[in-house]
Design a protein around this ligand. Structure first.
Ligand code: GLA
Length: 383
């Protein structure tokens, strides 16, 4: 039996958050080099994805194909994909359901089969498929099912990444299109409120995210520090904010698509360390692929304890503080499924420091920084 393309959440990098329309061959090739050199590939990051704005403004008048912009990609796309493949990585590109892409470039409406063949010819392994400029509202199912079929019949295995922003309750049907991941919200921006809004809105929808097809909470802004296409100088986030973002994405089981400038990672060792954190990636890539849930709200305040059961009877425990001030929070073991009579408490390893502690039989207390988190891998032990 063939296993699905995404038994665990896909991991990679996408050009949009930092580069927007300013994407080009050099950026993509250098990012692929650094995937290998900086250990991102070893950590599990695989897909190097070019987002919108890669083509000429009009299709080829003779063949009707979308044509890579020779100023941005002087050697064409096959050259880029060959380069990425030689690094042992996978190559992703972008199109859209509508008549024009979100950035106003040619898009796949009515050209799904031709474009799927073009992507296969380019050596594409991953297609992000957006939802702008659709001529008729209310037909998302039809459009995504059609491109799903076009990809299946393209002659190449291409992971289908639906970017439909949650319209028409996408989580309830998108798996039927053959998609391996689906955007469920509007676009992320590199500020705390945007990240928090996405994380809070998806808690109740994680039931639909499972091996084979994952709820994509959008490309990470971790490490952007206010720069780039979705960053603003007045909204610079802190390392604590980014630790919270990365931990949320990991515990929720979202695809991990980096959005920062990979070329700047050598000068941001704290970010490189964060996005290659073995414990967090292990939580994200857990083979059981179970649904995360909020075990306990933080009373009277903004935050709570998010749990994901892991393989090997371990538990990911994310203590979230969305407030402006540091908090001492405590969680009742009762709320994690361990009443006093279970005779169990938790041995907890802090994923950021590696330090181990043991909970009480009733609860555990934890200091959680403002707009930040603590995250543990816990294991029940005899009290
Ligand atoms: C939409 C998507 C973004 C990005 C842009 C490109 O807004 O949601 O992720 O792909 O289009 O124009």
């Amino acid at each position: 039996m063939k296993t699905p393309l995404a038994t665990t959440p896909p991991m990679g990098w996408n050009s949009w958050n930092t580069f927007g329309e300013k994407i080009n061959e050099d950026v993509v090739l250098r990012s692929a080099d650094l995937f290998v050199k900086l250990g991102l590939k070893d950590a599990g990051y695989q897909y190097v994805v070019i987002d919108d704005c890669w083509s000429l403004k009009e299709r080829d008048p003779k063949t009707d194909e979308i044509v890579p912009d020779p100023k941005k990609f002087p050697h064409g796309m096959k050259y880029v994909s060959d380069y990425v493949h030689r690094k042992g990585l996978k190559f992703g590109m972008y199109s859209c359901t509508g008549v024009r892409t979100c950035g106003d470039y040619p898009s796949s409406f009515g050209h799904e089969y031709l474009d799927a063949r073009t992507f296969a010819k380019f050596g594409v392994d991953f297609l992000k498929y957006d939802y702008c400029n659709v001529p008729i509202a209310g037909y998302a199912k039809l459009f995504y099912r059609r491109m799903g079929q076009a990809l299946r019949n393209s002659g190449r295995e291409i992971l289908f990444s639906a970017c439909e922003w949650g319209a028409e309750d996408v989580w309830s049907w998108i798996r039927s299109t053959g998609a391996s991941m689906y955007r469920s919200t509007g676009d992320i921006f590199d500020n705390f409120e945007s990240m928090k809004g996405i994380a809070k809105s998806q808690l109740e929808k994680l039931y639909a995210s499972a091996p084979g097809c994952w709820n994509d909470m959008d490309m990470l802004t971790v490490g952007m520090y206010g720069n780039g296409n979705v960053g603003k100088a007045e909204n610079v986030q802190t390392l604590e904010n980014y630790k919270l973002q990365f931990a949320l994405w990991c515990v929720y089981g979202s695809p991990l698509m980096l959005g920062c400038d990979i070329r700047k990672l050598p000068d941001m060792p704290e970010i490189l360390k964060l996005v290659t954190n073995k414990d967090l990636i292990r939580i994200n890539q857990d083979p059981l692929g179970l649904q995360a849930y909020q075990a306990q709200e933080w009373w009277g305040s903004d935050g709570g304890f998010i749990v994901r059961l892991l393989d090997n009877n371990e538990i990911a425990l994310l203590c979230v503080n969305y407030t402006e001030g540091d908090l001492n929070m405590y969680c009742l073991l009762e709320n994690l499924g361990f009443p006093y009579e279970s005779g169990l408490k938790l041995r907890m390893r802090d994923v950021f420091t590696g330090k181990t502690s043991v909970s009480g039989r009733d609860n555990f207390h934890v200091d959680v920084p403002a707009k930040g988190c603590r995250c543990f891998i816990a294991k029940p032990v005899k009290a």
